[in-house]
Write a new protein. Sequence first.
Length: 193
Amino acid sequence: MSCKIYWQLFITFMKIGAFTFGGGWAMISIIEREVVERHKWIPRDEFLDLLAVAQSMPGILAVNISVVVGDRLRGLKGSIAAAVGGILPSFTLILLIAVFLTPDTIKNNEIISRIFKGIRPAVVALIVAPVLTTARAAGITWKTVLIPVGVALLIYSGLPVISSPLVFISLGAVCGYVYYVRRVIPNTKGGAK
């Protein structure tokens, strides 16, 4: 019985890794559907929190989300099962391409070029869809959209002091903590006695 969850994690993330193009953001809506709706392993609110943790970790988002979901369910073994399942299809496909196709073959093959041109619009849709659903679930409004847009513009400005993303990550952490202490704790039961 206990081994069944590891196998389910492996198979679920292997299917996601095998049939999703476009990287981590394209996978988010599929991962959410599998983990939250189909298997009911994690509630949606907690999934959004885990997604935030996965985004803050260094590395590939698709691997990070599989690791944090696996860890949440069954610790280290769960994270290994989910990560290996998510990585295996891409690794196998890249290995096969490296063995059988050279870069010149891919570039000069009209069929392969058309396949990649056809995949591009679908990848854009796969990336936009989870961004919108995550924003809706997180309660993001037009007013709060101004924060990331402002941060992006300040980083783009190139000013030495404020162009580092680390400044904004640190500032966001401090502001989030202050908001939590001043607004959330007093509104919880027994928090403001």
